[in-house]
Design a protein around this ligand. Sequence first.
Ligand code: PDD
Length: 287
Amino acid sequence: MIPGIAGDPPVYLNGEFTPLSQAKISVLDRGFIFGDGIYEVVPVYGRKPFRMAQHLARLARSLEAIRIPNPHGTAEWRELVGKLIDTSDAQDQFVYLQVTRGVAKRDHAFPAQVVPTVFGMTSPFARPAAALREQGVKAVTMPDERWLHCEIKSTSLLGNVLARQFAADRDALEVVMFRDGYLSEGSSSNIWVVKDGRLVAPQKNHLILEGIRYGFIEEMASAKGIPLEMRPVSQAEVEAADELMLSSATKEILPIVSLDGKPVGSGRPGPVYARLRQGYDEAIAAL
Ligand code: PDD
């Protein structure tokens, strides 16, 4: 059995549902050989996907960016996500979708004729524990050593994997990364700064992944009258923040209360976090 995965749940691979243990790809799959693929993680609450349209739009953008033809239209993707949800009894899940360029003789340049590999699975989603939501989490800073196309949700995640392990080795949940002295993001989350009641986040460009929660927080801030600035954010500003937060499909929104062992602001989750958290929970309840 695979560590952390109970039983042998059905997964989707290239048009068929098979038990996880039977789902096999070629060792020549370019996802395996080169990390030549993209992915999505769609959270599901009460068996309903959250912000699916935005996730599928980003999936299409990622495919286009690396020139893999989209193997499915939106309706087909929605149907596949629905079928994946039905493979599980869990109320809350996260659906993982991955598309690679496909199987071909090893050569860096794109093969002339290749069929994309499509993989999908769902896992029970344990929402962030009350302790994390109410007490906050620890993060550590590090330089952003990744490539310059972080806007693509690529499966080439070595830089992110090493960054996340950097945090784990220091008993922290996440890293806060800087490129040339300016905030980029976490290993697998976007990072938010609060100063004097204003929310500040790095602008959307090739240096960060535009999280689906990034867009959602933008909407919530506007609806709740929280001023939001998207602009370069210096490391000094991050270190002087009143509040810090991270956001991702699996972590939702969490307050960062300790950065490199020093308290962030009061060292407790702050009022802007509380308002966004309330908005997030309300949106999920209304699904
Ligand atoms: N990661 N930035 C990076 C580098 C990410 O990997 C993620 C998400 C985000 C937040 O995006 P979203 O709000 O759409 O989840 C930002 C997912 C959860 C993962 O890799 O598992």
